[in-house]
Design a protein around this ligand. Structure first.
Ligand SMILES: NC(=O)c1ccc[n+]([C@@H]2O[C@H](COP(=O)([O-])OP(=O)(O)OC[C@H]3O[C@@H](n4cnc5c(N)ncnc54)[C@H](OP(=O)(O)O)[C@@H]3O)[C@@H](O)[C@H]2O)c1
Length: 341
């Protein structure tokens, strides 16, 4: 089978190689899936740059999710049969013509869900769902702040916050992204690269602590400013550090990143009656696969009922992987990037 292997860290042009590898064999409880397309996630960019601790050692195959057909089932698999069209959370190994998934993190795809949109429902919508519905437990009429709102997870959070009936504030880094999230119905769109987003949000709302739930995968200075906006009872979900520099000395960048979060003490959260919640979906997938499967099923239902509309920035061919990585790294993209074999 063809595999787009990550053979070294660096630019997308030099990091990936197309290789012919033997088909993997599904073990008990696993499925072998013939991939039609796989999705890209920002963590892939971090992994390519050698900044993602959870990635397997090189050479390795990245890729959290695939859409395809079940080719073979491992022992004990009861819920799937050969030929089923599925969406699978693969953990790693998705950038290949065939990949393996634990059957508990796979869902059957109704024919009316297009493959490219379906790919968005795995990592990005699952992260958004877990963060917003399970962890922050967002409520109708609450005010929700979504950073990098035009990204894959950002747009998923916007869909879910609108479904629940929240007032939404979205930040993004360019005029075209702000225009896009406005068209998607965000209540307030703020350019956090051009303006001090915290004072802008205070101006818009007329409140000093206007945010009930915040979703932050940028981190660093953005985290510190967001923390100060949190209302009593507020939930601030931290799920990424996109602000981490990808170029330059690794140790120095790590120290700078750690420092940029500032210092805090638990009493600050007790006295302020608010919390910071960390989320790593990979840990949830590994330790609670059945919960991830349940989240995927819920998302399929919400999609079928017209509540979700994943936006696909572009579908690429497998020989355009480096262009897709470059666009994602350079903050050019809105929504999901998908690669077809
Ligand atoms: N913890 C988890 O389990 C989990 C799961 C999925 C994703 N994530 C995290 O969630 C974030 C979004 O993931 P995604 O796959 O949906 O990607 P994405 O949001 O589509 O793309 C990343 C976006 O981050 C923003 N950004 C802010 N500062 C940046 C910087 N210094 N360099 C590059 N981009 C920067 C950019 O939007 P603007 O131009 O608008 O700033 C960029 O478009 C990522 O940080 C990712 O690591 C975490």
């Amino acid at each position: 089978m063809k595999t787009l292997q990550l053979t070294k860290n660096g630019s997308p042009q030099e990091a990936f190689q197309l290789k012919e590898l033997p088909n993997p064999e599904p073990e008990a409880g696993e499925l072998l899936i013939r991939t039609e397309c796989f999705g890209l996630n920002y963590a892939d960019v971090m992994a390519r740059n050698g900044l993602y601790n959870d990635a397997p050692p090189l050479p390795c195959t990245l890729g959290y999710e695939v859409v395809g057909e079940v080719e073979k089932t491992g022992k004990g698999v009861t819920q799937f049969a050969e030929g089923d069209r599925v969406l699978a959370f693969t953990r790693f190994g998705g950038y290949a013509e065939k990949s393996i998934a634990d059957e508990r993190t796979v869902v059957k795809l109704p024919p009316q869900i297009p493959s490219d949109k379906a790919a968005a429902l795995a990592t990005q919508y699952c992260t958004a769902y877990y963060a917003a519905i399970r962890m922050a437990n967002i409520q109708k009429n609450e005010r929700v702040l979504i950073h990098a709102c035009a990204g894959g997870v950002g747009l998923a959070l916007l869909d879910l916050a609108q479904y629940i009936g929240c007032e939404t504030i979205g930040t993004a880094g360019s005029a075209s992204k702000l225009e896009f999230i406005s068209l998607r119905g965000v209540n307030h769109a703020v350019n956090y690269r051009e303006k001090d987003f915290a004072s802008e949000i205070r101006k818009i709302t007329g409140e000093q602590k206007p945010v009930d739930a915040a979703f932050d995968a940028v981190g660093g200075k953005t985290y510190v400013q967001t923390k100060k906006l949190m209302n009593y009872g507020g939930r601030h979900v931290l799920f990424g550090v996109a602000s981490r520099k990808t170029k330059g000395p690794k140790l120095l960048n790590t120290l700078k990143l750690a420092w940029s979060f500032g210092l805090s003490h638990p009493l600050e959260f007790l006295l302020g009656s608010r919390g910071v919640i960390g989320l790593n979906m990979l840990r949830i997938a590994e330790e609670k696969p059945a919960v991830l499967g349940e989240v995927m099923e819920n998302l399929i239902d919400l999609y079928q009922n017209g509540h979700l509309n994943p936006h696909v920035y572009k579908s690429y061919r497998f020989n355009e992987l480096s262009a897709a990585h470059e666009a994602l790294e350079n903050r050019k993209t809105i929504g999901k990037l998908v690669v077809f074999w």
